[in-house]
Ligand binder design. Structure first.
Ligand SMILES: [Zn+2]
Length: 282
């Protein structure tokens, strides 16, 4: 089956080499990657794992750095890797809409082949997703057919590094409902947002919302993926590993065992192929 990993992370090689210096200037990066045991990967590492673990394509996302130089270095590495490996990597680059000229930067990245923006962490960067920056980002996405991937965390449950700082489920609902033409991916099973899709007006308000399974096995019980498929619909759930936190193969095997081959084929590949090829037409 075609396997698309819809949530992976990679950084420029220079960023792996200068990790402690980045931690010193970027508190959000330090919270997640300050522990030297927290894995960091380059696009080359990701491509090696994809080849070894039968992953055909991967959505590779950026980090919500505070500073323009850190954003630029990572975004350039992701776009270059995508150019060199045509079709295998789908970059969602990172921007900080509080920086001057962020919009020009964002558009230039889309013209270079970025497919959208992620992993968005507005509260880490200090902007209100429901304020002018959030709406401006959605307007850029709509104008260019870009996809937005948001770090969503459940308001309850155990803490983990990086849990807070993304977007709250209720904020994502309000933003997605205001921009129904912008496809958005709610990472980490959407932090519980999917349960509200049982209310017809909520479902109707979110025609462009998808959910990924990144790191679900560290957060939720095994039945959660089938429940999410039931709540959101089989076409709205995307397999994501959160590589290098978890390796893709075991997650794919787990999802196949939990959902059966037919549904797993949609979740682990077909849905992402459709979402990203539709994005070509927007
Ligand atoms: Zn995340």
């Amino acid at each position: 089956m075609t396997v698309v990993d819809a949530h992976t992370h990679a950084f420029a090689p220079e960023q792996l080499a200068t990790r402690s210096a980045i931690c010193a200037r970027d508190p959000a990066f330090a919270e997640i990657y300050g522990d030297p045991k927290a894995a960091l990967a380059t696009p080359a590492h990701l491509l090696t794992v994809m080849a070894a673990e039968d992953v055909d394509r991967a959505v590779v996302v950026g980090f919500a750095f505070a500073h323009a130089d850190d954003l630029a270095l990572q975004n350039a590495a992701l776009c270059a890797a995508a150019e060199e490996n045509a079709g295998r990597l789908l970059p969602l680059v990172s921007v900080n809409p509080q920086l001057p000229e962020w919009k020009e930067t964002a558009v230039a990245l889309l013209e270079r082949g970025a497919r959208g923006f992620g992993e968005l962490r507005p509260h880490n960067q200090g902007w209100d997703p429901l304020g002018p920056h959030g709406h401006a980002l959605c307007d850029v996405a709509e104008a260019h057919g870009a996809i937005l991937l948001w770090h969503v965390s459940e308001p309850l449950g155990h803490a983990y590094p990086g849990k807070a700082g993304g977007i709250e489920p209720i904020e994502l609902y309000a933003l997605a409902a205001s921009h129904p033409r912008v496809p958005m991916i709610a990472a980490h099973m959407g932090g519980g947002l999917a349960i509200h899709l049982q209310m017809p007006e909520i479902r109707a308000a979110l025609p462009g919302l998808y959910f990924d399974t990144a790191a679900f096995s560290l957060l939720y019980d095994d039945s959660s993926v089938a429940r999410l498929v039931g709540l959101a619909g089989v076409g709205r759930v995307l397999f994501g590993s959160d590589y290098p936190l978890l390796s893709p193969r075991r997650q794919v095997q787990r999802i196949r065992a939990l959902l059966g081959d037919e549904v797993a084929q949609a979740v682990c590949g077909d849905n992402a192929v459709t979402l990203f090829s539709d994005a070509d037409d927007r």
